[in-house]
Structures are given as structure tokens and as C-alpha cells.
Design a protein around this ligand. Sequence first.
Ligand code: ATP
Ligand code: MG
Length: 430
Amino acid sequence: MRIPINEVTPAIPSAEVCGWVHEVRDLGGLAFLLVRDRTGIIQVTIPKKKVPEPVLAALKSVSRESVVRVTGAVKAMEKAPGGRELVPESLVIVSLAETPLPLDVSEKVPAELDTRLDARFLDVRRPRVAAVFEIRSAAMHAIHQYFHHEGFTAITTPKIVAAATEGGTELFPIAYFDKEAFLNQSPQLYKQMMMAAGCEKVYEIGPIFRAEEHNTTKHLNEATSIDIEVSFADHTDVMRILEEIIVKAYAYVYRSCPDQLANLEIADFAVPKAPFPRLPYAEAIEIAKKGIDEPIKYGDDISPAAERAIGAEMGGHYFIVDWPSEIRPYYAMHYENDPSICKAFDLMHPRMELSSGAQREHRYDKLVQQISQKGLNPESFEFYLRPFRYGMPPHAGWGLGAERLVMTMLGLSNVREAVLFPRDMHRLVP
Ligand code: ATP
Ligand code: MG
């Protein structure tokens, strides 16, 4: 029976291990194979005069990154990784790897991100790359667990839709029989409909599609959004949920992924502390004015340079609140006493935006008015507006980008490193 490499100790007299050939070293009378599985590396020591002939034959033809099965005696060996070695009675090549390899898995030769992504199956064999996806999995687990524990219902909404969420141009049109259809850019309208359906607390973790022609280090054309919507809640309620989730995700990664963090050489992993500061948009603009060269004024979107300047000032996670209604979507609720600002917020990491959310306008007449004010035609939103006429509770929610969460958590320089098979303007394969 095959045992995981990290469970092989000198206390076991013999073991069978399976994995990839990390390295082959032939010193004449003695040869070494390093064999790697996802748990670790073991040295296979081959004294050529003492091992059976089929072992020698396999050694001759084996190449790096081939899959092998090795059975043999376990011996203590101080200098070998893990303090033990395997002396093979049998060495079988299960799957021979072609040479040369498109990518050096042992990381001796550094590779460009594009080369890595082209050969992602080899790239992820690297422990430090695998660590990113194991940590992403752990963070998502903590988030699912939180929602489950807090009584949220997990929902799945359609990704093929007939209309835009925000009437924007960032949509991918698709061929859908004889109709015009698009890939959904956000579950926004559907999760709001579930409030009319009486679900009260829903979440969805699923793909969103943005046809933005941004070629940046933080935009993907297919991203993963963690979305919630909560009834009888306002923006401050869902901001508390958001900061709690961020803290939970970090804390769970800190507890459950020490080896992965070590693989990534992250020694100063810090779990953020809630509550995060709430910075009014107007103050954020004042900070940006001092911090950047380009002109910026009240009412402008917060540019990437402004984001970084404000982030440097704030130092950790923070919220930007009280946004001008003019630059937020039609569904954000305006303040009663000053309709020029709305109950919308962004959650920011010092490097970039992580999430946008708001209390939504649930009153039908106001919503129709706000759609018109944005220059959109309420008639084309009939499927969305209909539930607002039959008993819609007040509600609030947000969308949080999973890749940006992982990217900022691990200090990755490019969002593409936080997704297995990124989709961007130039990449559709693999
Ligand atoms: P940005 O202004 O940074 O492009 P946005 O305001 O367009 O983001 P939202 O529509 O508010 O994005 O989406 C909510 C969250 O989903 C964002 O804060 C981000 O974390 C994530 N997200 C949105 N678009 C993308 C994308 N193209 N690539 C990766 N993540 C994205
Ligand atoms: Mg946003």
C-alpha cells in the first residue's frame, strides 16, 4: 500500500511511495532520486551493485517529473530530506515524462508568469504554487462554514442572462439559440429577487464575467465572487458581516495552513483586527489630493493611484462609506437627509478594492426613479422590478472578489496567480 511521503519514517522497516521524480543524480556507483508527492520529498538511494536489475533499468530511462512507484527499505539518513532514505527493491516507471520539460518544477530556472500559466499542470506541482491554492481552498472553506453557521442559504443563480445588471458595456454576448444573451457580470439582481422570495439571508460563491478591456494585475475577465444579500438589514449590518468574514478567513488560514505559509515564505502573516475604520468618501478624496499628482475632486471615481495613496495612509483594511449617489449604481439607497450621498461602501485593502456593497432601495417608486435618473429605461428592467411590487423587505448586501482576497492575503503581485486558469484579454487556453 502506498503511503504519503511525509509519513515515511525510519521506524517503518519498508515502504511503498508514489510520486514525481523531482531530481535524478547519478554519481557512478551510486545514484539518487528525489521523489515528491504533495506531502513532501524523499531521497531514494540506489547503490548500483546492491539493487535488483529492473531497478537499474528503470533508473536508466527515468526522466525528471515522471511518475514512479518505489518500494524498499527505510533507513535513517541524517543528511537526506526528512532524515531518512529509501533503498529500493523495486522502482517502476508508472508514467514517463517527455524531455525537455516546458517548465522547471524544481524552480532552479525562474519562469515568466505566461510560461507558468501555459504549463499550469507543471507549475502547480511546485509546492509554493500549490500552497496558494491550498490556502485559497482553506479560506473558502472558512467562509462557507461561517455562512452555514449563521443560517445563510447557499443559492445558485443563472450565469446566462438576458439583461445587464447595471446597463454597462462590460458584457460578453453569447449565442443563445435565436435570442440575444450575455454572461452575467454579477448575481446582484437575482440575489435581490431572493429577498422578495423570503429567503432573508442568502449567499452565492460563483463566477462573474466582465468584458472589461483592462489589462491590469487586478482584473480578470472571469472572476469568482462571494456574494451575500440580507433582509431587514442596512449597510452597517452587512459591513459587520464582511469584516467578520475577512477576519475568519485569515484566522483559519493562519491556524490550518502553517506549512503552506512557510512554503510561500510568509513569516509575518497577520490576522486583521475588526472593526475596520470607516472613512467617508469626502475624506478619502482629501487624502488622495495630497497623495497623488494627477487631479482628483469630489465626485470622481477613486483611481488606482488614489487607492494606493489612501491605502498607504490607512495602513490596513478599511471601508470607504457615504459615496456620492451619482457614481454608485441605481440600486443603492440614498440617505433620506442628503440624497446626494448613498448608503454604499467599498471594503478596501491598502493595495486595492476588495468588495462593494450597499443598502438597496427596496421602494418600487424610488427605484424606478433612480433607474431613470441614471439614463436607463425602467421597462428593460421589468423582470427585476416586478418582485418589488409584491412585498419586498428592506435589504443590503455585497460582493467580494475571491481572487483579490487571496492575492492581498498572500501579497501576490498579480491576480492571475490566485486563479488556476485565468481568463484575460489574451488568454483563453488552457
Ligand atoms: P474595480 O473598480 O476595482 O474594477 P469594480 O468596482 O468594478 O472593481 P464591483 O462590480 O464592485 O467591481 O465587484 C465587486 C468585487 O468583485 C470587486 O471589489 C472585486 O473584488 C471583484 N471584481 C470585480 N471585477 C473583477 C475583475 N474584473 N477581476 C477580479 N475581481 C473583480
Ligand atoms: Mg466596486
